[in-house]
Structure formats: C-alpha cells, structure tokens
Design a protein around this ligand. Sequence first.
Ligand SMILES: NC(=O)c1ccc[n+]([C@@H]2O[C@H](COP(=O)([O-])OP(=O)(O)OC[C@H]3O[C@@H](n4cnc5c(N)ncnc54)[C@H](O)[C@@H]3O)[C@@H](O)[C@H]2O)c1
Length: 322
Amino acid sequence: MARPRVVITGGAGFIGSHVADALVGEAEVVAIDHLKAGKRANLAKAIQAGATLVKRDLLRGDLRPIFRRADVVYHFAANPDVRLDRRGTKPTIDENIVATHRVLEACRAASVPRIVFPSTSTVYGEAKVVPTPEDYSPLEPISVYGASKLAGEALLSAYAHTFGVQALVFRLANVVGPRSGHGVVVDLVRKLARNPKRLEILGSDPGTAKSYVHLDDVVTGIRAGERGASGPFSGYNLGSEDAITVRTIADAICQELGLDGVEYAWTGGAGGGRGWTGDVRTMQLAIDRLKRTGWRPRRTSEQAVRAAARDAWTSIHETRAT
Ligand SMILES: NC(=O)c1ccc[n+]([C@@H]2O[C@H](COP(=O)([O-])OP(=O)(O)OC[C@H]3O[C@@H](n4cnc5c(N)ncnc54)[C@H](O)[C@@H]3O)[C@@H](O)[C@H]2O)c1
C-alpha cells in the first residue's frame, strides 16, 4: 500500500517540525514554510529521513498544486504571538485568517480529506470556569490572536460541514519544548543567558497562572485525537493537568540553570498580573475529552517548563559555540 502523503504548513516552525519528525517514518511528508520564523535546521532530521521542504508564502500565488494528493493537511503556519507587535493587527489577521482561508480553498480544490488545525486556549478569553471544557461559552477572546484562531476554527467547521473535509481542531495550552522560538520560557532563558544576575519579567509578582504542556505531549495528543476522530468536525483541548504562575516558572528556570540570587525585576505589565494587554490571567484546560482516547499528558506544567528551559539553555550555548 502507498504511504499516505501529508502536508504540514509551518513545517519548519516549532510544533510543525516535531510533527514532521513523528510522521516521516510512516508517511510522505511535505513541509511548507516561508522560513521567516521557521528554520530549515528545525527540519534537518525529518529531511534526512525523507521529508521535503517547500519554501512558499501561503499568502501568495496558487496553492492548489501543493495540496494535490494530500491525505492529511496539518495547517500549523501562523503568527503565533499572542502579544501584538508594533505592526498592529494586520499581520495576525493575514497570517491566521487570510492564510487559513487560502489553505482551505486550496484543500477544497484538491479534495483533501482531512485537515488538522492547532487552535489555542486563548479562544476562551478570561473563562469563568477553570479548568475550561471545550463546550464552555461565551467564547470571548481578549487578544486579536485568540480572535484570529477562533475565526480559523469557524472556517474549518464551515468547510467541514459544507465541503466534506474532515476537520480536527486542538486547542493547545502554552506549548514548550525544543526548537521553540517564543513564549515565557524562551524569553526568560534568553534574558538569563545575557544577564544571570537580574531578570526582567513581564507583569507583576506572581504573574499569570497558566498551564504549560510539553511538545512531546502535544504530538502524542494530536495523534490520539486523530485516531479517535469521527464525523465532520472534532474539537479537543490539549494541555497538562495543572497551572503554574510566572514566579514559579522563573524560580524553576533559575534552579534548573543553577543560578542563585537572581534579582527579579517585574515590569508591572498591564494590571492584574498580566504581562501585556490581551494576556489572560488564569488558564487551564479540561482535557477529559482527549483523555477518553486513552492519551495522558506525561509531564506537569513545571516538569514541562524545566525540561524546556534545559533545552533552550543548551541550544543557546550550542549556537554560541558555532
Ligand atoms: N506554541 C504555542 O504555545 C501554541 C499554542 C497554541 C497554538 N499554537 C499554534 O500552533 C501553530 C504552530 O505554532 P509554533 O509555536 O510552532 O510557531 P512557529 O512560529 O514556530 O511556527 C509557525 C511557522 O509558520 C510559518 N509561517 C507563518 N506564516 C506563514 C506563511 N504565510 N507562509 C508560510 N509559512 C508561514 C513560520 O515561518 C513558522 O515556521 C500555530 O498555528 C500556532 O497558532 C501554538
């Protein structure tokens, strides 16, 4: 039997490249990435094992040839930053809504049977029920990023029910692990590499309380959700089973890196412990639906953060050495 063909948009990014590593032994893997945030090096292992990387911007040109003969499309390309940068809202809307629509149109034209989409805990906004289940409402995102991913989910649902593609949506907690280029762990480790005595932290002590999930648990969770999927549209929360504050993260990172007596300099942030406007104060996902497939997260938030901090520290020192 021919091996299935999978296309991973954002395949040279953090999560996409690990999904490529997981699939390359059993499928023909094609990664699409414009390589602005993603790196070819992230895919080195997968390419060695037979994956191909196509350098393309999803916002330009005819995408249909890319998705021809694909059995599954993992649409992971996005602007993943919850915090707005100085360019305003347009990059988030373009990369997360316009690009998703273009991918869906191309998949429809190519009769792709299944699309997997990583959404986010930020679609819940400041939920009044924590841990928050998938059927919580009202969905009231407080960031443009959260709104853009919710729009992506809605488009997937509409395409699933209108055009027959099967859609799977995973609402991810904060993902940490090797190759990550953004988020609190990477931010704090980079700052400590520059100055191991004083650490600037966004927000006010003890900061937000959120759930962190290790990349390995994300990959196994997505695969479990895929095995359990039936019907046109399935949505799963995917996270760890606890939440930790930014102070706990900072303490764990300093300890993991063997740094004593680091002075914390809290910026004050956007009030209520938030690091910036649009930062949710408390987040933990109810993951019972995905656990019913037999999947379990193997790491707690703190274990995930500690492992990710060690990886980030090693990668900074390897880069410096080359
Ligand atoms: N990292 C997290 O904590 C987290 C949490 C929830 C959801 N997600 C979602 O998971 C997905 C992957 O996130 P990540 O953390 O790996 O981010 P990432 O930035 O490492 O990966 C995204 C990749 O998409 C590529 N890309 C972006 N726009 C593109 C375009 N127009 N054309 C081609 N390539 C493009 C980038 O170059 C990058 O390689 C995103 O959809 C993100 O919204 C991430």
